[in-house]
Design a protein around this ligand. Structure first.
Ligand SMILES: [Zn+2]
Ligand SMILES: [Zn+2]
Length: 289
């Protein structure tokens, strides 16, 4: 299904900022952002408006924080406030040591409290920072996958310096036709990892780090994987893409990551936007009004 008229723009390999005409002719979705976070307390309305003005039609906010605090209520409230914002809830591997029965119950109640909660995450393994013990991370990752499955919610997976362990858990926990699928966010793996998780029902989401100078290996993975399994994200306020590095990241900059990546893989930006947006909408069963 085509959602809008695709205008053709000249393709080229050198990076340039999208022109206003190009922006108006396409729609993008930021599949992973943290706009409920304190960094945006002073200008959240403007941040959302700037995203809409840039052609970012939907944003999936990712709730994170302490599940025994109000952190996740804040995520749901953010999604309830803005028609164009959805949210997930789930305990990040950094906070896995905080996960217990009460945390799980709290998150389940939040899922049931709002139709704007459409995913469980971000969950996974982070062996780069090791903020929680690795065995705790693994157990809590498995437990949250099972809880999400029980609720019929797709999962958002964070994997850093733990790709083999992540794939092993996904292969054990995500088999079967009733698995609602998942998104590998801020993908940092290999083409082999793509080939292992896509058949399980995963999409691959690219963040601003794919625009960094030293990310040639990631760009090569993007170049050979299927466009119909690809999403784009900002992971803001982190990972600000070129040419904005050094500034606070925001959802509008998903346009820059998309421009950079589409140039690299030699797909015209409107086609790239069309496909990644459709991938997101199909995955979540959403439509644009
Ligand atoms: Zn993450
Ligand atoms: Zn994140």
């Amino acid at each position: 299904m085509c959602l809008w008229t695709v205008s053709s723009i000249p393709s080229g390999s050198s990076y340039r900022s999208p022109s206003p005409d190009t922006i108006l002719s396409m729609i993008l979705i930021d599949s992973h952002c943290h706009i409920d976070s304190k960094e945006y307390d002073d200008d959240r309305d403007e941040i959302v408006q700037r995203a809409l003005n840039a052609g970012v039609a939907l944003m999936l906010n990712i709730g994170t924080g302490d599940p025994h605090s109000d952190d996740f209520r804040r995520a749901v409230a953010c999604a309830e406030k803005y028609p164009q914002v959805y949210t997930s809830v789930g305990v990040h591997p950094h906070d896995a040591k905080l996960y217990d029965d009460a945390a799980e119950q709290h998150l389940i109640e939040l899922v049931k409290s709002s139709k704007k909660v459409i995913a469980w995450g971000e969950i996974g393994l982070d062996f780069h920072y090791d903020h929680s013990p690795r065995d705790v991370q693994a157990n809590v990752f498995r437990r949250q996958i099972r809880t999400a499955r029980g609720l019929g919610l797709p999962i958002i997976v964070h994997s850093r310096s733990a790709n083999d362990e992540t794939v092993e858990i996904l292969q054990e926990e995500c088999q079967g036709g009733d698995f609602p699928g998942g998104i590998m966010h801020c993908f940092g793996g290999t083409i082999e990892m793509v080939q292992e998780v896509v058949p399980l029902g995963f999409l691959i989401s690219w963040a601003g780090n794919v625009t960094f100078k030293n990310a040639e290996n990631l760009r090569e993975v993007a170049e050979i994987m299927q466009l119909n399994k690809m999403l784009v994200e900002t992971d803001c306020p982190f990972l600000t893409p070129e040419p904005h590095r050094g500034k606070r990241n925001e959802p509008a900059y998903v346009v820059d990551t998309s421009k950079f990546l589409s140039d690299y893989i030699d797909v015209e930006l409107p086609s790239f936007a069309n496909q990644t947006t459709q991938n997101f909408l199909d995955f979540f069963g959403l439509t644009l009004n």
